[in-house]
Write a protein that binds this ligand. Sequence first.
Ligand SMILES: Nc1ncnc2c1ncn2[C@@H]1O[C@H](COP(=O)(O)OP(=O)(O)OP(=O)(O)O)[C@@H](O)[C@H]1O
Length: 875
Amino acid sequence: MKRARVNKQKAGPVLKEALQVFCRVRPHPSHPAPTNETACLRIDPPCHIHLLPPSSVNRNVPTRELQYTFKQVFNETASQKEVFEEVALPQIKCLLAGKSSLLFTYGVTGSGKTYTMTGTLQDGGIMPRCFDAIFDSISECQAKRNTFKPDKLNGFEIIPEGEADFEGYLQSRIASAKMHKLEKKNSDPDLAQRVRDQCYALPVDPDFRYAVFITYIEIYNNSVYDLLEDIYEDNTRIRPLNSKIVREDCNHNMFVHGVNEIEVTSTDEAFEAYFYGQKRRRIAQTALNAESSRSHSVFNIRLVQAPVDERRNDIDLFKKYIIVSQLSLVDLAGSERTNRTKNTGLRLKEAGNINNSLLTLRLCLELLRENQNGGNKMIPYRESRLTHLFRNFFDGDGQVSMIICVSPLVEECEETMQVLKFAESSQEIVTTVQTPLRPANSATPGRKRTHEAYDREVEDKRARGDFRTQSLPDLLENLPDIRIVDFTNTDEFTEYRSKLERLKSHIESVRNWDFSSLRQKIVKFERDTYVAVNQSKTLEQQCQLERDRVSTLENRIQLSEREQMRLKRKLEDADNVLKKLRGDLAAKDVLIKRKTVEQEKAKEEFSNKIVQAQDKLNREVERKLKSQRAAWESEMKHQEGRIRMARQVLSNEGKMELPSYATPSRSRVPPSKSVESIPSSLKGVSVAGVKSTLFNNTPSVTALTNAPNPQFSGVNNTPRPTARKGVPVVNRRYRRSRSVDNDVWLEHRPLHEVPTNTVMQPVLPKRKSVTQLTDSKDVTEKANKYCLLTQNQDSDGDLETRLYKADVIPTAGGGAQVTFNDVEVLKQVSPSGSPTRKTPMQIRQDLEAACAQSTESFRFPHPTRSHTHVRRHQD
Ligand SMILES: Nc1ncnc2c1ncn2[C@@H]1O[C@H](COP(=O)(O)OP(=O)(O)OP(=O)(O)O)[C@@H](O)[C@H]1O
């Protein structure tokens, strides 16, 4: 027995295709005409779907309307036929052309995945319609059963005609019969009830023979099980399914090792196998679906095709001519939220596994998309059996399509959003599809048609009676009997001769029959037809490619339009914000301008006020200065009068000569200050024998300033005054005691002294206090130091206490000269003074400001302080 195996699929040109995503919305379970309150989806045919999240939904879902775009969106009323023709029929065409494809349904539990994939007997889903289309197309070219045989290593062997392993087939049928006997009680659906609404006969290459194989597996809790496995150990015992492993064949294609691959020759057989597997599939009732799939089911259809040889019907035995294509129909289990399904125990574990495998699928697709956009991440296909098994498809070995099943239920809004989001982004994934090379063997292309045409021609000729003679066997049958009985009978000879001539003419006519030219004509015609068909196929492929390219571009355009819309919205938002900010800015500008104007105005008013206040202050200062000067001048005059009176008294007594008051000629101290320094207690007092020298030419005190006045710096260098005639001279032999402790002070206090109660007291260890100088001896004999205390209190209650200190120097005439050499000023500001009185600092500032403008030469007193103790020694 000669056998052949599929070793390697012959690869033709590589086409790139985007992952195709379709969306199907299932009808609302309770509202035949859903409203906005009950449905969260709105369809905008043919490609858009809008999600309208209700306001009550979770905060993870944005409240605005979201739009998603897919290759096509089917609404609630879309029929199974419509879905099949749009989604799966192109994949059947691919399958017949030798290309593989994967189609899976994805969605939340109860969203209609199984319904879309399988449907019902009356209204079949994608899977039964696929079988119908396949068998309708290959019906005339179907290989005899068991011509191909799976080799259990993902390949096929060809068993030449006559050697077909009918025994094996019989065995499998017997096993099948057995299982049916056991399971018939499980009430198989009656296939006779199945309704077919359409014949899908697609063109196939007639020079090939075709066979269809199926496998049916489930991935349950991340383990793979063969649903077509024989689990009957005898007629009564059933063992559990064994888990299978996923392996890689020599061409790096993934397959389930040891899986039962069954050849089917009709849709009914395929259905039988499907129902056989379906009974083993794990389905359970949940809160959301009465028949919820607890596993992912994979229904693989493999189409094996091999060319026929020149002798019309024998399949070519060269293994290189075999083409195997696959269509995988995957019904994924639905993603579940435990809080909605209320699953516990085993159901909860199943739900966890389902969600994990779906998560891995999503992760793989997302990473694939990222990698195709320039990323370089490892895709974790192996983390789930599901992704591991379909790695080839994702890595670029076949077309991938996905049907997103969604429910319009408001309660599922958030999950639906996740599904739509993921599906929309998956459309960016590009997969590659290899077109298999049709085997270019030595056989004449179109030979099947040639044979058929020849047969038809002969039949036609026969029917028309175009054959001028009978067929050769007829001719031979009608040959005259050539045995001559009587050689003398010329009639017999003549008849015999005429028979032979007739025979000869028949033979000649048959010989002249131009078989070769007819055959050549037919072959040429078929060749042309074949070339034309091939060309048309190529053109069709190119058209398909162009269509796909256009649809990909359309998808991209839609995506970019959406992106553009999104950006536009963003821009509009930003524009609005900008406008608002600009408005705010303009308002603030106006406010600033108004404030600036107000500020300028206030500044102007303020400076005017300052100028006015300065003027007023200047005038006030001038007025005060004037009045002060006038007061001082009158005081001075008064004092001078007194001095004159005192002088007069002295001169009248003739004993004491009072030196004339020498107005300090070079002193810059205002005269009033010197005048003021005359002790008031001396007013009207005459002391016999006492000579007084007041600030003898030298201003010893600068009472109004703390800073040393440079104009007085040269004072000490002024020549000492020479004694004038008649003026008592100081006793030159008198030596002042240098011991301070020995000084005896004559303290001259005012009669009505205001108690200062200050801690600052003059240090006068030995003193005699008097309020009036009545006896000159108090000065001349008892003291060598003189101290005069004066007090002045102004209208504000400020008290100024002055302590004039002097040396008492005996004169040659037996009197004494009192030389004032020091003054201490104690100023006490009344805390309860006039409330309108300015603080010293204010006064100083006012005066400084006023005088800075008016007079530069005038010097201001140092700010008066409470308890200011000013002391300046002459030396
Ligand atoms: N388009 C539709 N038209 C009519 N009925 C539908 C449609 N889609 C789903 N249904 C019904 O909804 C129910 C649930 O559907 P189905 O079992 O296909 O959901 P599922 O997505 O496969 O759920 P699970 O993931 O749990 O297996 C079924 O009774 C089915 O008949």
